[in-house]
Design a protein around this ligand. Sequence first.
Ligand code: FO1
Length: 326
Amino acid sequence: METVAATGSGLVVALAGGVGGAKLSHGLALNGLEERLCVIVNTGDDFTLYGLHISPDLDTVLYTLAGIANPQTGWGILGDTDHTLRMIGRYGRETWFWLGDRDLATHILRTERLRAGARLTDVTAELAAALGVRARILPMCDEAVPTIVETPTGSLPFQDYFVRRRQKDTVVGVRFGGIERARPTPEVLAALDAAAVVVLCPSNPIVSIGPIVAVPGLRERLRALHVPIVAVSPIVAGQALKGPADRMLATLGHEVSPRGVARLYADFLDGIVIDNQDAALAPVIEELGIAVYVTDTVMRSEADRQRLAAETLAFAERLGKRVEQG
Ligand code: FO1
């Protein structure tokens, strides 16, 4: 097994969506890096339900790093119950988005703080501190930038597409409402300034990493960084590890492979970690000027998360040296 990269005292900055992003972030933390870990999280999936502000990807990262995530789903809280949701159903309301009783506490308190004028960044830090999470969990921005999925029959809010309609619609376009008015927060900019390495987690490149790098100025910052930026491919053997990324890439005209993913990040990416099953693609990805590391990328256990994170950091460290040597 690779040893953990001695990437100096700088931050390990991860860009993450939901379950895949949370798993690799957890792997980084398991390598003794929790104090130096900063996870910048997609908030395009955020929405309002029953008057509450829900931030699914922030909560998935939060619960995973706090050790209370539901291991079956990857989202929600281990052992959570649904008494509240059932009562909401008795009142005749739709209950297509499963909100557990304990999970609801997070949404209630977040909503209260936001209504009082707090920034999502501060509220997230408060929740993380209360759950004993030492890593920094940063929303990509404090503005609302809801992901809208375009389908042949019209536009759908993201969770309508993803959960309510179970990703059955063909995605012909994706946009992030109000993104032009969003700005990277001072905390996100400071994290990137202090980064020793940036890791793009194996999250959906269109609707998880896509919104993060679409925040005006963020992509340019990544391009200008002098530290290694590496991605872990969420596509293995032509399929997404989880969710609709494979179909989405195809209908949006991208190659459904680690090369298709690498191309989406090509202007700022130094290296990509791909699965053993895709080893044959390494030479064609390297033609893009992106280094490749091949390993088992499927995270089935905590040990897998830790090993993949360690190997990814060791790979990034070798690239860092290569960049420095010119
Ligand atoms: N995903 C589902 O497929 N069905 C659900 O009912 C559901 C509820 C849910 C509640 C809280 C939460 O934080 C996440 C939840 N998710 C659910 C996951 C989530 O909507 C998606 O996986 C992400 O938005 C995509 O990253």
